[in-house]
Design a binder for this molecule. Structure first.
Ligand code: ATP
Ligand code: MG
Length: 493
C-alpha cells in the first residue's frame, strides 16, 4: 500500500500539533484538542470494556452533544466503522438501517430507551447507553494511530426523499477530500470557528467535525437549532461560519430583524435543498454573506459551492465544483450545451464508491470511470456555474412540456401569506399531467387557490400555473425535514 493512502489519526495528530487550541464548545463547556483527545481515549477504553473491538460496525443513535463527538472519535481510535442513525426515524426505519448495515453494536442514550429496547428485540443488536459509560471501567486497547484513506469511516443513509434510504459508504478519504475542497474554496481564516446546529448524523454536521480536526479550528456545537441562541452567537462573533438549510435561515432572518451579525461572521453555508431566490435576495439586501452549496450524502457534503467573489453576481447558483471535483450535465446520454437542462453528474475523491448492499442502485448510478449520476436536474450557465433545478423523479410532463416543481414552489413561496408549498403532477385527460399545488399558510393567513393562481400568473407560463390548489396544515417530510412530494399524491385520489 502506498504511503499516500495513509495518514496519522486526525485527532491524535491535532492533539500533538496544536494541543492547546480550542477544539469544541458545547453549552458552557470548552475543550482543547488535547483535552478532546484525552476524553476520547478514555471513552474508547470504556467502550472497549463494554465489548467493542476493532472492526465492529457500530451504529450510533444520539442527539447532538459533546458525548456524541467523544463517541465518534473513540470509535475512530478503536477502529470501528460507524453507522450514523437519524434520531427522528421510526422504529421500523431504524431496524431496517441496523439490519441493512449489519451493525453489531448500538450506542444510544436513555432518552431513546424504549426505541432501543424494541430495536434489540427486532434485530438482536447489542446496546450500550452513553449514561452507562460514565461508570464503566477502562480497558486498554490497541489505538489506531493511522487512518487508511480507503477504509470505511461512516455509513450514512440518504434522506429517503425519492425512495427508500440507501446506505452510503463514506471512506476516510471521502471525508478528507471533502474538508480539503471546502478550505480551498472558502479559505481558512485565523479566527475561524464553525457553528454546528445541524445534526452530526448527517453529512452536513459530521463534515464540520472533520473540518475541525483537519483545519485545527473549533466547532461550536448546539444541541438543537434555536434561531435566537444562534443569532446571538453570530452577533457576538462566537463563530465565523455556519452550515444551514433553508428553513433554518428563514427562521434566523425572521428573528434577526434589524440586528446585524458580527463583522467576523463570514459565511452562511446553505445547502441540502433548494433555496428560494426571494430568501437569497433578502440576505443580499441585509449584507449577510450567504453561499449556496450543492451536495449530498454520496459526496460527503459539498461538491459544488459558490466562491465568495461570485456570491452576489451569481445569486441562485450553487457555484462551481470544488477544486478537484468535476460536474457535467447529461442530456439523454450526451453532454448538454450551456443553459441546457439535464441530469447533474459528478466526480471527485469525495464521492462514495457506492451504496452498501445495493447492486442495482450502484449499477444505475455509478459509471466505471467514477462518474456519479445524482438524480438531480440542473444546468450550467455559459460561465460554468451550476444551477440546480430539481429532482429528476419529480419532473412533471404536461402536454410535452417539462415542468420543474421547484420553479413553481419558488414563486408561491415568495407570497408573504405562504409558509410552505409543494407542487406535484396530477393526471389530466388532455395534457397527461398538470401541476397541483399544496400550500401551508403563515400565521393563519387566509388565501384562496384562486388568489394564488393570480399571483403566479405574471411569473409563470400558463401551463406551469397549478390547476388545483390544496391547503393543508403541514407538508409531509422525511426525518431530515425534507418535503416528500411523493406522499402528497394520496391527497389527490
Ligand atoms: P434520497 O437520495 O434517499 O432520495 P436525499 O437525496 O434527500 O434522499 P440527501 O443526500 O440528504 O438525501 O440530500 C441530497 C439532495 O438534496 C441532493 O441530491 C439534492 O436533490 C438536494 N440538494 C442539495 N443541495 C441542493 C441545492 N443547493 N439546491 C437544490 N437541491 C439541493
Ligand atoms: Mg439523494
Amino acid at each position: 500500500m502506498s504511503s499516500l493512502e495513509k495518514m496519522p489519526n486526525w485527532l491524535l495528530n491535532r492533539a500533538y500539533l496544536t494541543p492547546n487550541r480550542k477544539a469544541l464548545v458545547f453549552k458552557d463547556k470548552e475543550l482543547t484538542f488535547k483535552e478532546l483527545c484525552d476524553y476520547s481515549l478514555s471513552m474508547a477504553r470504556k467502550l472497549t470494556a463494554c465489548g467493542i473491538k476493532r472492526g465492529d460496525r457500530t451504529a450510533v443513535l444520539l442527539n447532538n452533544h459533546m458525548d456524541f463527538v467523544l463517541v465518534l472519535y473513540a470509535l475512530q481510535l478503536i477502529g470501528c466503522p460507524v453507522v450514523l442513525l437519524n434520531v427522528r426515524l421510526t422504529n421500523r426505519e431504524l431496524a431496517f438501517q441496523i439490519d441493512d448495515s449489519e451493525a453489531v453494536h448500538l450506542i444510544t442514550q436513555m432518552e431513546f430507551e424504549s426505541i432501543a429496547v424494541k430495536l434489540n428485540g427486532q434485530t438482536g443488536i447489542h446496546t450500550i447507553y452513553k449514561e452507562q459509560l460514565i461508570a464503566a471501567n477502562e480497558v486498554d486497547f490497541e489505538i489506531v494511530t493511522e487512518f487508511n484513506l480507503q477504509d470505511v469511516c461512516t455509513i450514512m443513509y440518504t434522506s429517503g426523499t425519492t425512495g427508500f434510504p440507501k446506505g452510503v459508504i463514506q471512506s476516510f478519504g471521502n471525508h478528507w477530500w471533502s474538508a480539503i475542497g471546502s478550505a480551498l474554496n472558502l479559505g481558512l481564516h485565523d479566527q475561524d470557528a464553525w457553528l454546528a446546529a445541524v445534526p452530526l448524523f448527517h453529512a452536513s454536521g459530521f463534515s464540520i467535525l472533520v473540518r475541525s480536526m483537519v483545519y485545527g479550528i473549533p466547532v461550536i456545537l448546539f444541541e438543537k437549532f434555536d434561531e435566537q441562541q444562534i443569532n446571538l452567537a453570530l452577533m457576538e462573533g462566537k463563530a465565523t461560519i455556519i452550515s444551514v438549510v433553508t428553513s433554518m435561515l428563514q427562521n434566523m432572518i425572521r428573528d434577526l430583524g434589524e440586528k446585524t451579525y458580527s463583522p467576523s461572521f463570514r459565511c452562511m453555508l446553505i445547502g441540502g435543498g433548494p433555496v428560494p431566490l426571494s430568501l437569497l435576495q433578502v440576505c443580499k439586501n441585509k449584507n449577510i454573506p450567504v453561499f449556496q452549496t450543492y451536495g449530498m450524502t454520496e459526496t460527503a457534503s459539498q461538491i459544488v459551492t459558490l466562491t465568495p467573489e461570485d456570491s452576489l453576481a451569481k445569486l441562485g447558483s450553487a457555484g462551481k465544483p470544488l477544486f478537484f471535483c468535476q460536474v457535467r450535465i447529461d442530456k439523454d446520454g450526451v453532454a448538454a450545451m450551456p443553459n441546457e437542462i439535464g441530469e447533474i453528474v459528478v466526480k471527485g475523491p469525495n464521492v462514495t464508491y457506492g451504496y452498501y448492499n445495493r447492486e442495482d442502485a450502484n449499477k444505475r448510478s455509478f459509471t466505471n470511470d467514477g462518474w456519479f449520476y445524482t438524480g438531480d436536474v440542473g444546468y450550467m450557465d455559459e460561465d460554468g456555474f451550476l444551477f440546480v433545478i430539481d429532482r429528476r423523479s419529480d419532473l412533471i410532463i404536461s402536454g410535452g412540456e417539462n415542468i420543474y416543481p421547484a420553479e413553481i414552489e419558488n414563486i408561491i413561496l415568495s407570497h408573504p401569506a405562504i409558509k410552505e408549498a409543494a407542487v406535484i403532477g396530477m393526471d389530466d385527460e388532455t395534457w397527461g399531467q398538470v401541476p397541483c399545488a399544496f400550500y401551508v399558510v403563515a400565521n393563519n393567513a387566509e388565501i384562496s387557490g384562486e388568489q394564488l393562481a393570480q399571483f403566479c400568473q405574471p411569473h409563470l407560463a400558463k401551463y406551469k400555473v397549478p390547476k388545483k390548489w390544496i391547503q393543508i396544515n403541514e407538508l409531509p417530510k422525511t426525518a431530515s425535514n425534507k418535503v416528500m412530494r411523493k406522499s402528497l399524491s394520496k391527497f389527490l385520489s
